[in-house]
Design a protein around this ligand. Structure first.
Ligand code: SF4
Length: 347
């Protein structure tokens, strides 16, 4: 449907929203609350979404900035973005019961960092300073990893042995930015090696591919996500590069009606940490503004899911022996309305 045919259309990107790592991390907190009882401490935002954090806080989670704020001996969940070995060591020293909700795809990057560092490589980590995932990965080998945030920095960065260099990337980067930076590093360091498989994860890639296509046919693209969500910010950038105006919105209340003036085709997507009910809220707002046709633009099917951490499964098995009340169930098995509307399946 195109501008000028008398319709106001929403092009809904797919995949969008929750990835398998976020789905699992949110479920980890809920399972910990069921198995251990409130309060359960969570180090940092479990995923970068203000609505999810507020909902879990209402259910009994206490969010803290540091493991050192958790009273000794208590249960603490580490967020989906991963932590450095130093954080694990401090948690051990405080005798905390750790449940690690680090996404398995972030763990893969940590393992690559350890492997390259143990073989004496200088590692260029392509990512954004201050992001928790970057802090966690750098903590695996702080003496060997150099953060590279841009093509300009790639022109300047040095290596102890230019023949023994490797790169890794944050999982939520823009594919275009990463390729540009890797190309500069390759020109400067012809021996550069990379990870065996791409670090930018399947969910990041699929959401960027979908929004690129949607943006090429839209005048305005709305990305539902929080301002501290790396992958949501990258979706805004990808949409802009594809030629559309693009705005990041926390939820429907953040949509400025003035943005919709003179617009007939709006693209809509959401970051990997944004629950689907927030997208539905924006769709309702757009419907009230006359955008009554919704067309889904799907670029990939996602079937990825991750198991819960072993620490929870073991506790759950113990719980079955003690009685059914402690049984570990998935959200679907619970069959009760969660205090937030049920998230969509991954993707
Ligand atoms: Fe894991 Fe990718 Fe989701 Fe991050 S965006 S939690 S790496 S699946």
């Amino acid at each position: 449907m195109a501008k000028g045919e008398g319709y106001r259309v929403v092009l809904l990107a797919s995949p969008r929203g929750y990835c398998a790592g976020v789905e699992r991390a949110v479920e980890v907190v809920r399972a910990a609350l069921r198995l251990f009882g409130a309060p359960v401490y969570v180090r940092k935002q479990i995923v970068h979404n203000a609505h999810v954090v507020a909902t879990l806080a209402r259910e009994g989670a206490i969010f803290v900035e540091s493991e050192e704020e958790v009273p000794e001996g208590n249960v603490v969940v580490f967020s989906a973005h991963g932590v450095s070995p130093a954080v694990h060591a401090r948690a051990r020293a405080r005798r905390l019961r750790v449940i690690d909700a680090t996404c398995p795809l972030v763990m893969k990057v940590h393992a690559e960092a350890r492997r390259f560092a143990s073989r004496g490589y200088t590692l260029f980590l392509i990512g954004h300073a201050g992001h928790e995932e970057v802090e966690g990965t750098m903590g695996e080998a702080p003496e060997r990893i150099k953060l590279v945030q841009s093509a300009e920095e790639a022109l300047e960065v040095e290596a102890e042995d230019p023949k023994r260099v490797a790169y890794l990337t944050q999982t939520t980067l823009s594919q275009d930015d990463a390729e540009e930076i890797i190309a500069v590093l390759r020109r400067r360091f012809p021996s550069l090696v990379g990870p065996p498989t791409e670090d930018i994860c399947y969910a990041t890639q699929n959401r960027q591919d979908a929004v690129r296509l949607v943006a090429s046919r839209s005048q305005l693209v709305l990305v539902v996500g929080s301002t501290n969500s790396s992958n949501s910010n990258r979706l805004v950038e990808v949409a802009r590069r594809a030629g559309a105006r693009a705005e990041l919105v926390e939820d429907a209340s953040a949509v400025n009606p003035a943005w919709l003036e003179g617009v007939d085709v709006v693209g809509l997507t959401s970051g990997a940490s944004a629950p689907e009910y927030l997208v539905q809220g924006v769709l309702e707002l757009l419907a009230r503004a006359g955008f009554n046709r919704v067309e889904e633009i799907r670029v990939a099917e996602e079937q990825v899911s991750f198991e819960l951490p072993a620490a929870l499964k073991e506790r759950a098995l113990g719980g079955i022996a003690e009685g059914p009340a402690a049984r570990l169930a998935t959200g679907a098995e619970r069959g009760v309305a969660p205090s937030e509307p049920a998230p969509a399946a991954p993707g």
